[in-house]
Design a protein around this ligand. Structure first.
Ligand SMILES: NC(=O)C1=CN([C@@H]2O[C@H](COP(=O)(O)OP(=O)(O)OC[C@H]3O[C@@H](n4cnc5c(N)ncnc54)[C@H](O)[C@@H]3O)[C@@H](O)[C@H]2O)C=CC1
Ligand SMILES: CC(=O)[C@](C)(O)C(=O)O
Ligand SMILES: [Mg+2]
Ligand SMILES: [Mg+2]
Length: 350
């Protein structure tokens, strides 16, 4: 563990210097790791573990696009690609990476596949924390652990291939074997985490549900649309409105924030921009703070879980989600965005 000062609070984190890949391989050498679900997180984690020399099998419903993707990625039907139930029965580490609603639907099957001493692994605290709604209550004779990448499964893979990585939080909910923490850290390193920071199942799910509905996805989309609409309402062209709302952010300014923080980004903009941004940031913060309070309350009370399970357990959940994503894709704003992206020099050369 390395003691890191996070803005005045000392927290312990694990890097691959403290917990090496070699040690992770040793901890996992007698384990059979099954990744159940090959949607977004499943591929990233399974492929990184396979590249890191961990024996991985995949469990997925046959006849689905995810199954075909696993075959295309080199998992062999009947050998390293099995049905969800077969993979769960064969495994000693069950990585429960179905969708959160899928985990609920499959739990009656999966719980019967668990053997004493197995590890039940999550990348989100959802199923365990909201057990009254999900019904996911593991038996007492297994380890229940979490490694939650703080990023899309797609970038879990691409960052790994780039030699960097997405950091993950980790937690132990239940330690039957006495090895739960070692198993968690070994898996966290094996999936390619840049570093691991400690959390709890509760803190992970409360922060994650808030972040994805807030700054990372929902709030981001909402504020972009709000600014784009005001610019368009006042006669700015689609290309100007999109460039001023999205393209400059993704191609320039957010990269400066990632590089060296918000003050660095400000310092690399005009003093005109700095004065204005410093004046308006508090106004935007106060405007949205009540919304974030409402959001967090909705997370804590389980309302977001109720909504998620109600919608994503429906037979046509995928079609409905795809239709809403298509409406975004087909909107003027994001059609303008497609045209702007195509104009990037690297895309014009294709
Ligand atoms: N998507 C991401 O990048 C991240 C996801 N997570 C967590 O990782 C876990 C997996 O998430 P995703 O990969 O996004 O899931 P997903 O929504 O892509 O679904 C994963 C797989 O589950 C299957 N599935 C869905 N419903 C099912 C059902 N009723 N029965 C059987 N299979 C079913 C889907 O076909 C898909 O192949 C979740 O707990 C999620 O919260 C955590 C961090 C990031
Ligand atoms: C990618 C990620 O971390 C999210 C937004 O929490 C998720 O996909 O659930
Ligand atoms: Mg997340
Ligand atoms: Mg999430």
């Amino acid at each position: 563990m390395a003691n890191i000062d996070f803005g005045g609070t000392i927290e312990e984190v694990i890097t691959s210097e403290e917990f090496t890949l070699q040690r992770a391989r040793e901890v996992l050498e007698n384990e059979t790791v099954a990744v159940l679900g090959y949607g977004v997180q499943g591929p990233g984690q399974a492929l990184n573990m396979r590249d890191n020399g961990i024996a991985v099998i995949v469990g997925q419903r046959e006849g689905t696009a995810s199954w075909d993707k696993a075959v295309a990625d080199g998992f062999v039907p009947g050998k390293t690609l099995l049905s969800i139930e077969e993979a769960a029965r064969k495994a000693t580490v069950i990585q429960y990476l179905l969708s959160d609603a899928g985990q609920v639907a499959m739990w009656p099957t999966i719980k019967d596949c668990l053997n004493e001493g197995d590890a039940l692994y999550f990348s989100h605290g959802f199923g365990i924390v909201y057990r009254e709604q999900t019904g996911i209550v593991p038996p007492e004779n297994v380890d229940v652990i979490l490694a939650a990448p703080k990023g899309s499964g797609t970038t879990v893979r691409t960052n790994f291939l780039d030699g960097s990585g997405i950091n993950s939080s980790f937690a132990v909910h239940q330690d039957f074997t006495g090895r739960a923490k070692d198993r968690t850290l070994a898996l966290g390193i094996a999936i390619g985490s840049g570093y691991l920071f400690p959390t709890t199942f509760e803190k992970e799910v409360h922060s994650d549900l808030t972040g994805e509905r807030g700054v990372l996805m929902g709030c981001l989309a909402g504020v972009m649309e709000a600014q784009y609409n005001v610019l368009r309402k006042n006669g700015h062209s689609p290309s100007e409105a999109f460039n001023e709302t999205v393209e400059e952010l993704t191609q320039s300014l957010i990269r400066l924030v990632a590089q060296n923080g918000m003050d660095w980004m400000y310092a690399n903009c005009s003093t005109t921009a700095q004065r204005g941004a410093l004046d308006w940031a508090p106004r935007f913060r106060e405007a949205v703070a009540p919304v974030f309070e409402q959001l967090y309350e909705s997370v804590i009370t389980g309302e977001e879980t109720r909504r998620t399970l109600t919608c994503n357990s429906a037979a046509d959940y995928r079609e409905k989600l795809d239709a809403e994503l298509k409406a975004i894709h087909d909107s003027e704003m994001w059609r303008a965005g497609a045209a702007v992206r195509a104009l990037r020099p690297e895309n014009r050369r294709k």
